[in-house]
Design a protein around this ligand. Structure first.
Ligand code: ADP
Ligand code: ZN
Ligand code: ZN
Length: 742
């Protein structure tokens, strides 16, 4: 007699253990590992879903009390590789098996065929995250945020399933629909998200010498089924995508499949079009904006081998191909490859794990590789491939760094240096377009009283309110609590109120004042709130409906604008002030990317970078796109300061609304950590730079070591002692090695 071990599909992390069920005769020969089954559970009459993760032959206890599986879902199953991957995620990322399984399964696992309503997000992930973040701690948005978080994690899902699992009323959903955050639609089955028959076929380019070397190296590994990681370092326009496509072609020809990851949903369209022009209808897409039906179809078609190439952001790494020949990660340095919520997995790590199962290479590509990857390449763990030249000779960009301290000395207090102002005027006169980039939204950073120095702070978070002028309000960018702006100091009654710092809202106004004839568009979280807000603004700009685009980093990611010949970085310093060992790296990447937006067509491009730290290496070297020198400086700094990749940092982030409870939890964790290996350096518990967010107190504990595996051991050990479960109700613990966000 054989019994099935089943994980129950319920969203509480306490139910992490499998339960044993009897298998009825009718499904004996159909059931296998990865089957999804309907089972009785608890006292309720309603059946629950469960995942079969294994079988047991002999039970040592009385089997008469065991319940029996009701039925098996014919629709869907996952295989052993993905199940092992889920276990890997559970352990490595300190999460529950349920959450890990949710990563590897498509949203729709329902078995009944009825007319179904589906609910899905219609804004991109970044927007939704900001929306939730800004409303943290506000009672009236609590339910909304729960729904949004659920949709972020699961993508489009059936409405009934959402109501069942999130425990909100339908009014919350229609509220979200009215606010144009979600769409509720009838499921359209087998809809193809892109129609390959409408896309003209293109031929491959004859590779140049550098491309040839790159292609040959990786294709050797493909043919020999070697599990190796390659890092393709190539300046923008050097033909990286061409290399990817030729390698994919080879993989498909050999009968295997390929996964191609891109950093953002908004880049899907152009990449899919390009791939379909080569490979036609074997190209599929997986991302969270697809309807549940679409996603399910793509998932199933990939599993059945009808699709051979899947393109998509982070979550596409879980595509259930049975025979993978290559995994490609474009712009591998992008932080979007790392999940921000539990489990905080990194797609690069998952890719390497999957590739080792499939005996295939992983190809990472970037113009500005992450310091960690480049280090691995230069120490021989990865193979380094270089593309030093542009594939088609284009105009290089003239860049100039402007020292804003000098501007101040000459009496120019405006946010535009003289040089940038002249350049904007000239560009407008030629009828060409300008992008102005600033990494801060809102009007100004805070309001303050000139007489007594009073600054309004959010009562729920450990931050000052931002000032939004149009709305005449003070807003917390973490929990979105809001207050009317004051024109009289609440402390001393003075009317001498000043605002400090500049955000995109203020810039927009200043641009309008300074260049009255220019048509202006602004793109940031506050302006991209219509259904297609993001795309609308970009395509309006593409159609020359505006001369100047002012925006936050939303504007910089890989978009092509033919008409843009001038890019201005209003302040290169904002990301440098963040106290984080990656701040120089991020500044370098950001400036390189922004400046790369200029002069992509046949016209000459210009980039002007304004800064108060012109001597900083990340600013100086980004201006000349000198990655090699940047890397040399940065790696020396990391070594000296004992940061990754030399020493690794395991962060435990603990949070709770109850501070005493939190401190007890810290003590408990510290006790266990102190019992561990004495080669480990334990720091903390300390308060992170924002001690409180949305009324949740936070503490961090760091464990430092030059031995990565030792840190994995710490995670495994802390998992074993079940602290997370013990404190589950009132506190949260995240574990993250070399974190990107706190
Ligand atoms: P990247 O991905 O590095 O930005 P792309 O692959 O998009 O670069 O290439 C930039 C441009 O050069 C594209 O228009 C592409 O079609 C073209 N291109 C790439 N490789 C070649 C080649 N070997 N010969 C001619 N044109 C090429
Ligand atoms: Zn005052
Ligand atoms: Zn707040």
């Amino acid at each position: 007699m054989k019994y099935a071990n089943v994980i129950i599909h319920i969203n509480t992390s306490s139910l992490r253990k499998p339960f044993t069920y009897k298998i009825p005769d009718s499904i004996q020969d159909k059931i296998r590992i990865g089957s999804i089954v309907n089972i009785p559970f608890g006292h309720g009459k309603q059946l629950k879903k469960g995942y079969v993760i294994g079988f047991t032959n002999n039970l040592s206890f009385d089997v008469s009390r065991l319940k029996e599986i009701d039925s098996i879902s014919e629709e869907i199953s996952f295989d052993k590789e993905l199940l092992d991957l889920a276990y890997f995620i559970e352990k490595r990322y300190f999460t529950s098996i349920n959450r890990a399984l949710a990563c590897i399964l498509p949203a729709k696992i329902d078995t009944k065929h009825k007319k179904r309503k589906y609910i899905g997000l219609i804004k991109d992930e970044a927007f939704i995250r900001d929306y939730i973040y800004e409303r943290r701690g506000m009672k009236k948005y609590e339910k909304r945020s729960l729904v949004l978080e659920y949709l972020l994690e699961h993508g489009s899902v059936q409405v009934t399933r959402l109501l069942e699992e999130v425990n909100v009323s339908r009014t919350v959903l229609s509220g979200l629909e009215k606010s144009r955050l979600v769409d509720i639609v009838d499921d359209v089955s087998l809809r193809v998200p892109y129609d390959s028959s409408k896309i003209a076929r293109t031929a491959m380019h004859e590779p140049n010498d550098e491309q040839r070397v790159a292609i040959d190296s990786v294709s050797d590994a493909i043919r020999a089924e070697r599990n190796e990681v390659f890092l393709l370092h190539g300046v923008t326009g050097s033909g990286k995508t061409e290399v990817y496509l030729q390698l994919i072609e080879e993989v498909l020809a050999s009968g295997k499949s390929a996964i191609f990851l891109i950093p953002e949903i908004s880049l899907t369209h152009q990449t899919v079009k390009r791939a379909m022009s080569r490979f036609g209808d074997v190209v599929g897409v997986i991302h969270s904006k697809l309807s549940a039906g679409e996603k399910y179809d793509q998932w199933q078609m990939a599993k059945e081998g009808k699709l051979k190439l899947i393109i998509g952001p982070r979550s596409a790494i879980f595509t259930p191909f049975l025979n993978i020949g290559i995994i490609i990660i474009d712009e591998e340095h992008e932080t979007s490859y790392k999940s921000e919520h539990d489990p905080r997995y990194h797609a690069r790590e998952i890719a390497i794990k999957r590739a080792s199962y499939h005996n295939c290479p992983v190809l990472l590509g970037s113009a500005t590789p992450s310091v960690e990857s480049y280090y691995k390449a230069s120490t021989g763990k990865y193979h380094l491939l270089n593309l030093r030249q542009k594939a088609i000779s284009g105009n290089l960009i003239d860049t100039e760094i402007v020292d804003m301290r000098k501007e101040l000395k000459t009496g120019n207090k405006s946010i535009f240096s003289r040089s940038l102002k002249t350049a904007i005027e000239e560009t407008l006169a030629r009828g060409e377009q300008v992008i102005l980039f600033l990494n801060a939204r809102g009007y100004s950073r805070f309001l303050s009283c000139r007489d007594c120095g009073f600054v309004a702070k959010c009562p729920h978070c450990d931050v000052a309110y931002h000032y939004h002028k149009m709305a005449n309000s003070l807003r917390c960018h973490y929990c979105d609590s809001e207050k009317r702006a004051f024109d009289k100091c609440p402390d001393c009654g003075s009317t001498r109120i000043r605002d400090f710092g500049t955000g995109t809202e203020k810039v927009e106004g200043l641009v309008a004042d300074t260049f009255p004839s220019a048509r202006i568009l602004r793109m940031d979280v506050d302006t991209t709130s219509g259904k297609f807000g993001h795309d609308d603004i970009l395509s309006a700009f593409e159609r020359y409906e505006a001369d100047i685009l002012v925006g936050t980093q939303m504007v910089v990611k890989g978009h092509h604008f033919e008409g843009v010949t001038l890019v201005g970085v209003l302040s290169a310093d904002l990301s440098l002030y963040i106290s984080d060992f990656r701040s120089a790296e991020r500044t370098f990447q950001l400036i390189t990317q922004v400046v790369g937006r200029a002069g992509r067509a046949d016209k000459k491009g210009r980039g002007i970078i304004q800064t108060y730290s012109p001597e900083h290496y990340s600013v100086k070297l980004a201006a000349t796109e000198d990655y090699a020198s940047f890397y040399r400086m940065e790696i020396a700094y990391r070594k000296m300061a004992a940061y990754p990749p030399f020493k690794h940092l395991l962060m435990f982030l603990l949070s709770s609304k109850d501070e005493m409870y939190l401190l007890r939890l810290c003590d408990r964790l510290m006790e266990h950590l102190n019992k561990g290996d004495d080669r480990l350096e334990i720091l903390g518990p300390t308060k992170p730079s924002r001690e409180k967010i949305s009324d949740n107190y936070r503490r961090v504990i760091y464990v430092k070591s030059d031995n990565y595996n030792l840190l994995l051991g710490v995670i495994a050990y802390i998992k074993e002692v079940k602290i997370k479960e013990d404190y589950d109700k009132k506190a949260k613990i995240l574990a993250d090695i070399n974190p990107i966000y706190i």
